[in-house]
Design a protein around this ligand. Structure first.
Ligand code: ATP
Ligand code: MG
Ligand code: MG
Length: 547
């Protein structure tokens, strides 16, 4: 097999295993349960679970639930469902909130070592003394508080004796550090808020820097992988674990992945949901995992996409075309071929004398083990209205008066006459078929250039079809002038209320994928549709946006 070169995180892991720094590796995936997972998270999931799998370690799922205001249990459940759906299984499930008691003890340990103090300054006063990157900060007037007083005040904060914002606990590091994060960062703040798991037990909550590194250390995570914006936090990460004298976890950073023609920040996605621009977090146009699932993206295609883009050190915008390419590639291999007419034009075969007959159509020509289905044929058919032209241009290979086409899996037909209503609209085509031209047994000797999809009228079933396009009109809506919502694509959903499908689709299943011939890839909608068949277009057959 072809040797793939290692990425920079794999290089670090291999070095650490070779040198014996760690015997095996432990990674974690640490979502904050304040929204649904999106495709950016999928890259992090693939990285964390992929490393553990490759090097024989394991991965924990840890909910980073230290911010009581924005977190909800609904999000916890959706995150678990999405990680599993992508095909990954975590070893242990943890909540940062399970460590609140232990984190409190760690904070007390820092106070006792003279490495943390309670500061009564307002956030404005703290900011004013922070200095600038080129100018050192100044010490807070509370920096030299006695250990006893710090311990007493910190306990009172915990007991809820002080209002929100009255005091904070800060690490005592270095107000002159060139790294602004090291200028006595805030470790705890007072927040009288209800937490989705701990209820009203706590009135203080740890900040990210106090919660994340110790949580990694408690779980003996070896390689803690986060995105680039945490690079300046690494120094504090190391400082904390060194002074707490706990398991030496290490932080490594990789670039965020953003996708073109969408937004990825959970805050923005939440706005789209709350303001009704989309039909929930799992709207098929959303870049969320649940949206992609509902749209019909196979998890294998999402993982293949993550594999292909790999990891980087610089944040960048990835072309959504690459994701769609991965989806098409996978669906081409597994999708069952079916015929569906979106905008019907009736065709009457005037020389067809029998009642219906049943033709055979292969389910998937790309799959050796593919079976076939029966397709009824008869005197009255529907073709796509756009497949007929009364006055065609040169080289028009579809149907026109006097012209011939092949009907897929069936016969060659010739159009003899177009019937019109009083307004001149074509309402029906009168055609003749060539009985010797049956697909697979064609002895007619006639060559035609065009092949059309069609359905037989009396056996056709109806379905609703939803056609999705990009949710935004511009490549990077977050980087445009004004509000990102100004760039929403108003035509991102078109609904075909009544499409006509061949009867094999009566047995459509959620787990199956379909290619509607000449129309694209489709999947059943996974929402309650009250007995109606509703199909979502997953992706077009070709990249309609390619230049
Ligand atoms: P958001 O700004 O959308 O809230 P976040 O980073 O705060 O993103 P978390 O729930 O904290 O979201 O993310 C969990 C993990 O997924 C983190 O380790 C984070 O680094 C990673 N992650 C989130 N977004 C991306 C992305 N776009 N690309 C790569 N990794 C990401
Ligand atoms: Mg966030
Ligand atoms: Mg986060």
């Amino acid at each position: 097999p072809e040797e793939k070169s290692l990425n920079f995180i794999e290089e670090i892991v291999e070095k650490d295993l070779e040198s014996g720094k760690y015997k095996s590796i432990v990674t974690r995936f640490p979502p904050e349960p304040n929204g649904y997972l999106h495709i950016g998270h999928a890259t992090s999931i693939n990285l964390n679970f992929g490393l553990a799998k490759k090097y024989g370690g394991y991965t924990n799922l840890r909910f980073d639930d230290t911010n009581p205001a924005t977190e909800e249990t609904e999000y916890v459940e959706s995150i678990k469902e999405d990680v599993r759906w992508l095909g990954f299984e975590w070893k242990n499930e943890h909540f940062a909130s399970d460590y609140f008691e232990q984190l409190y003890e760690f904070a007390v340990r820092l106070i006792k070592k003279g490495l943390a103090y309670v500061d009564d300054s307002t956030s404005e006063e703290i900011a004013a003394l922070k200095g600038t990157p080129t100018e050192p900060g100044k010490a807070s007037p509370f920096r030299e508080r006695s250990t006893e007083e710090n311990l007493r005040l910190f306990e009172e904060m915990r007991e809820g004796k002080h209002p929100d914002g009255a005091r904070v606990l800060r690490a005592k590091v270095d107000m002159a550090s060139p790294n602004m994060i090291m200028r006595d960062p805030i470790l705890y703040r007072i927040k009288h808020a209800h937490h989705h798991r701990t209820g009203d037990k706590w009135s203080i909550y740890p900040m990210y820097d106090m919660a994340h590194p110790p949580s990694d250390s408690i779980e003996e995570v070896t390689h803690s992988l986060c995105t680039m914006e945490f690079v300046p936090h690494r120094e504090l990460y190391d400082w904390l674990l060194q002074h707490l004298d706990t398991f030496p976890s290490h932080q490594y950073e990789f670039a965020r992945r953003n996708l073109s023609y969408t937004v990825m920040s959970k805050r923005k996605l939440l706005q789209l949901v709350n303001e009704g621009h989309v039909d929930g977090w799992d709207d098929p146009r959303m870049p969320t995992i649940s949206g992609m699932r509902r749209r019909g993206y196979p998890p294998e295609a999402i993982n293949e996409f993550c594999e292909r883009i790999g990891i980087a050190k610089r944040d960048n915008l990835v072309d959504v075309g690459l994701l769609e390419f991965c989806v098409r590639e996978h669906l081409n291999k597994i999708a069952l071929r079916r015929m569906v007419v979106f905008d019907p034009l009736k065709v009457v075969i005037t020389n067809y004398t029998g009642s219906n007959e049943f033709l055979e159509g292969e389910d998937n020509p790309e799959d050796d083990k593919s079976e076939s289905r029966e397709i009824p044929f008869g005197k009255e058919l529907y073709i796509e209205r756009e497949d007929f032209m009364e006055n065609p241009p040169k080289k028009y290979f579809r149907l026109f008066p006097g012209g011939m086409v092949r009907l897929k899996h069936a016969y060659i037909i010739k159009c003899d006459e177009a019937i019109k209503d009083e307004n001149g609209n074509v309402t029906e085509l009168r055609c003749t078929y060539i009985p010797e031209s049956k697909s697979g047994h064609d002895t007619s000797g006639i060559n035609v250039k065009g092949t059309l999809h069609w359905v037989e009228v009396t056996n056709a079933i109806t379905a609703e079809v939803r056609l999705y396009d990009r949710l935004f009109k511009v490549e990077d809506p977050s980087n445009e002038e004004g509000d990102f919502k100004d760039y929403i694509n108003a035509d991102s959903l078109q609904t075909v209320a009544t499409a006509y499908a061949e009867p094999a689709l009566k047995a459509a299943k959620l787990a199956e994928r379909y290619q509607f011939l000449r129309k694209g890839y489709f999947t059943l909608d996974n929402k309650e549709t009250h007995g109606r068949l509703v199909f979502n277009r997953t992706v077009t057959l070709k990249d309609a946006w390619a230049k």
